[in-house]
Design a protein around this ligand. Structure first.
Ligand code: SF4
Ligand code: SF4
Length: 67
C-alpha cells in the first residue's frame, strides 16, 4: 500500500510554527505560509513530497502527544 502524504496539523493549535518540519524536509516540499493573522504554518507540496515522514518525526508537538 502506498504511503499517504502526511498531515502536519489538523487544527492550528496543533502547530506552533517552529519550522522544524520545513527545515528537515529533504525534498523542500514544505513551505511556510502566512495566515491572515501573520502566523506561519507549514504547507506540503504534494508533488514534491516522497512520504518519508521525517517532518512528522521532528515535530515537537506530535512527539509530545505520543508519549
Ligand atoms: S514526508 Fe518527507 S518529503 Fe514529505 S513533506 Fe515530510 S519531510 Fe518532506
Ligand atoms: S514541526 Fe510541527 S509544530 Fe513545527 S512547524 Fe512543523 S507542524 Fe508546526
Amino acid at each position: 500500500m502506498e504511503r499517504e502524504i502526511p498531515v502536519l496539523y489538523k487544527r492550528k493549535e496543533e502547530c506552533c510554527g517552529c519550522t522544524a518540519c520545513y527545515a528537515i524536509c529533504p525534498k523542500e516540499a514544505i513551505s511556510m505560509v502566512e495566515d491572515e493573522e501573520g502566523f506561519e504554518y507549514p504547507q506540503i507540496n504534494e508533488n514534491k513530497c516522497v512520504c518519508c515522514y521525517q517532518c512528522i518525526k521532528v515535530c515537537p508537538i506530535k512527539a509530545a502527544r505520543e508519549q
